[in-house]
Write a protein that binds this ligand. Structure first.
Ligand code: B12
Length: 144
């Protein structure tokens, strides 16, 4: 059961798991949860490279790119997002990432500013999926 913050019907979301990451369970749950909220989902699945995500955003004319990372390697795969974005002509696309964004000894507080500097609008480290999707809806509503 989720609270509805914003009418998202028909908004397009490209999603998937970045890099060499085979954790598929969260990916399925994210797909189902987005569909249930009324988004139109383009799920690229596991083992997806950043360039493939950006190409899919262009091809589907998506409103949101929601990247998931579970094995802790997101930083290596995503730090070039801002550079890649500058090669495309994105207008009003929301870039979101979540899952397990760090590994080993690190300060979890440092992860959101770090990933925002890489070019993400919304960053969720070890956050409940529905809390993150509620936040996405609030963000889209504010931006509208
Ligand atoms: C099952 C599992 C595996 C299976 C995966 C099978 C499969 N095809 O899916 C196998 C055994 C293959 C595996 C392999 C590995 N795994 Co593994 N695996 C797990 C385990 C036990 C459960 C993952 C799972 O399915 N959880 C259920 C789903 C529903 O929960 P979830 O993944 O956490 O996703 C939720 C949230 O993260 C969140 N979320 C996810 N994405 C996003 C995005 C947004 C925007 C938001 C808001 C929220 C959100 O919502 C999801 C749904 O509720 C976890 C430990 C654990 N207890 O979580 C480790 C774990 C994820 N694995 C881990 C590791 C390190 C690996 C390996 C690197 C191990 C190794 N050395 O080989 C490899 C990775 C190989 C690779 N190339 O990716 C680590 C990651 C470390 C980290 N980053 O903190 C974990 C946390 C175990 C640990 N404590 O060390 N793994």
């Amino acid at each position: 059961m989720c609270l509805k913050f914003y009418k998202v019907d028909g908004m397009k979301v490209v999603t998937g798991v970045v890099g060499n990451d085979i954790h598929v369970v969260a990916n399925r749950l994210i797909d189902i949860s987005l569909e249930e909220r009324g988004f139109r989902v383009f799920n690229l699945g596991v083992n997806t490279y950043l360039e493939e995500f950006l190409d899919a955003v262009v091809e589907t004319d998506a409103d949101v790119l929601l990247i998931s990372s579970l094995n802790g390697e997101a930083e290596g795969w995503c730090r070039d997002l801002a550079i890649l974005k500058s090669q495309y002509n994105f207008k009003d696309v929301t870039f979101m990432i979540g899952g397990n964004l760090g590994v080993g000894e690190m300060d979890p507080e440092e992860l959101p500013p770090k990933f925002r500097a890489y070019g993400f609008d919304l960053v969720f480290h070890q956050t409940d999926l529905n809390d993150g999707l509620d936040e996405l809806e609030r963000f889209l509503e504010k931006r509208a």
